[in-house]
Design a protein around this ligand. Structure first.
Ligand SMILES: *Cc1c(COP(=O)(O)O)cnc(C)c1O
Length: 371
C-alpha cells in the first residue's frame, strides 16, 4: 500500500533526542525548547514563539491571549479542522462561519466582509493544504474594522504570501499565529504546536497560561488561570532537527506537486490552484472531482484503496457536524462550496517519504479510474 502520509526523520532527530535522554532533560525545560522557539520565530519572521503540546491547544491558547470579552464574535471558515472552532467555543466566544473560495479552498473574503458586525472581535484565517489565505486583503479588512487576527498556519509551514509587494511567511500575519507539528505536517515533533506573536505582553501571557500561570514570587500563588499545554524538550529536540531540513522538505513537496500536476493533466479533476500572490508549501496534494464524474469522493477513495492507494477525505464543514448542530449552532448558514468540495474532494499520498516511483503508480491508477 502507498500510505497517504509518512514522515521522514533522516537528520539529527535521533542524536538530539538521545541527548535529552542521556542528559536527563526530558521534561518541559531544556535547551531544545529554547532553541526551537527561537529558531521557529526567526524562520517565520516573528519576535516571540511559545511552544505548546499540539496545534489544537495552540489555537485555544492563542484565542485566549486576545482576552476578547465573552460573547464576542470570531469569523472562521467552515472548511477546516474542528480545532479552530473549539478554540472559539472553549474561550466563550461566538463562532461565525464563512464559505470558502472554490479554487484555493481558503476562506472567502467576500463572505467575511458580509458577516462583520459591531460585535465582531476577530477573524481566523486558516491556510488550507499549504496554500495561503489572501493576507493582503485580510490585513486591510482587519485594519478597517479594528479586528484582531488569529492566524492558523498549521498546514502552511514555509508557505508565503505576497503583501504590499513583499513575500512574507505564513505564521507572520496574526496578532497571534499558530502551528502544529503533528506527524503529517511539513515538519514534525510527533506531537507539538507553537504560538507566535510580535507583542511582548501577549508573549508573556501565552507563556504564563501555557504553564498554569504559576506565580513569579510565590510559585503556588496564581493571579490568572492557565493550562498545562507545555511541550517537552524531547519533542522540541525533534523539532530542531526537522527545522534544519525544512528547505529540502518543501523543495521535495513542490517537486511532488509538479509530478502530480503533469501526470494528472486532462482528467475530469480540479488540480491544486496556486494564486500569483501565493507560494504554496503543498502540505497535501488535494484534488476535487468534476461534476461530470459519476461517483463521489467516498467511492473514488474506495476504488483507489482497492488498488493500494491510501487517501484522506476533505474536511466536513463545521456547519455540517452533528455535534454542533445538536448544540443548535449553524442552523441557517449557506456554505455551498464547502459542501461540494467535502463531497468531491480528497488528497492523494503526499508525505515526505513518497518516492517518484510511487507518485507514478498513483498517477497511473488515478488515470485508470477516471478514464
Ligand atoms: C493539524 C491542524 C491543526 C491541529 O493540530 P494538532 O497538532 O493535530 O492538534 C489545527 N489547524 C489545522 C488547519 C490543522 O490542519
Amino acid at each position: 500500500m502507498i500510505p497517504v502520509n509518512e514522515p521522514l526523520l533522516p537528520g539529527r532527530e535521533l542524536e538530539y533526542i538521545t541527548d535529552c535522554i542521556t542528559t536527563g532533560w526530558i521534561s518541559s525545560a531544556g535547551k531544545y525548547i529554547d532553541r526551537f522557539e527561537r529558531e521557529w520565530a526567526a524562520y517565520c519572521g516573528r519576535k516571540y514563539a511559545v511552544a505548546v503540546s499540539n496545534g489544537t491547544v495552540a489555537l485555544e491558547l492563542a484565542v485566549s491571549a486576545l482576552d476578547i470579552p465573552a460573547g464576542g464574535e470570531v469569523i472562521l471558515p467552515s472548511f477546516t479542522i474542528v480545532s479552530c472552532l473549539e478554540a472559539v467555543l472553549r474561550n466563550g466566544l461566538k463562532p461565525v462561519l464563512v464559505d470558502c473560495d472554490p479554487r484555493t479552498y481558503c476562506m472567502d473574503i467576500e463572505d467575511v466582509t458580509g458577516k462583520i458586525v459591531s460585535n465582531t472581535a476577530a477573524i481566523m484565517p486558516v491556510h488550507i493544504y499549504g496554500h495561503p489565505v489572501d493576507m493582503q486583503a485580510f490585513l486591510a479588512l482587519a485594519k478597517k474594522h479594528g479586528l484582531r487576527i488569529v492566524e492558523d498556519a498549521a498546514e502552511a509551514h514555509g508557505a508565503e504570501c505576497l503583501v504590499e509587494g513583499q513575500w512574507h511567511k505564513c505564521g507572520s500575519f496574526g496578532d497571534v499565529s499558530t502551528f502544529s507539528f503533528y506527524a503529517n505536517k511539513n515538519i514534525t515533533c510527533g506531537e507539538g504546536g507553537m504560538v507566535l506573536t510580535d507583542d511582548l505582553a501577549t508573549a508573556e501571557k501565552l507563556r504564563n497560561r501555557r504553564s498554569l500561570c504559576f506565580g513569579t514570587k510565590e510559585r503556588f500563588r496564581h493571579d490568572d488561570r492557565g493550562w498545562n499545554f507545555r511541550m517537552t524538550n524531547i519533542q522540541a529536540a525533534m523539532g530542531c532537527a526537522q527545522l534544519e531540513q525544512i528547505d529540502r522538505f518543501i523543495t521535495r513537496k513542490l517537486e511532488m506537486a509538479k509530478r502530480y500536476n503533469e501526470g494528472l493533466q486532462g482528467l475530469p479533476l480540479q488540480l491544486p490552484h496556486v494564486e500569483p500572490w501565493a507560494r504554496t508549501s503543498v502540505w497535501m496534494y488535494a484534488i476535487v472531482l468534476d461534476d461530470s464524474v459519476a461517483f463521489d469522493a467516498v467511492e473514488f477513495a474506495r476504488r483507489l484503496m482497492d488498488q493500494g492507494v491510501q487517501t484522506r477525505p476533505f474536511f466536513m464543514g463545521m456547519h455540517q457536524q452533528p455535534v454542533y448542530r445538536k448544540m443548535g449552532l449553524f442552523q441557517d448558514g449557506y456554505y455551498p462550496v464547502a459542501e461540494r468540495i467535502y463531497r468531491r474532494g480528497l488528497y492523494l499520498p503526499s508525505g515526505q517519504a513518497i518516492t517518484d516511483e510511487e507518485i507514478k503508480i498513483v498517477i497511473k491508477i488515478v488515470r485508470e479510474i477516471l478514464s
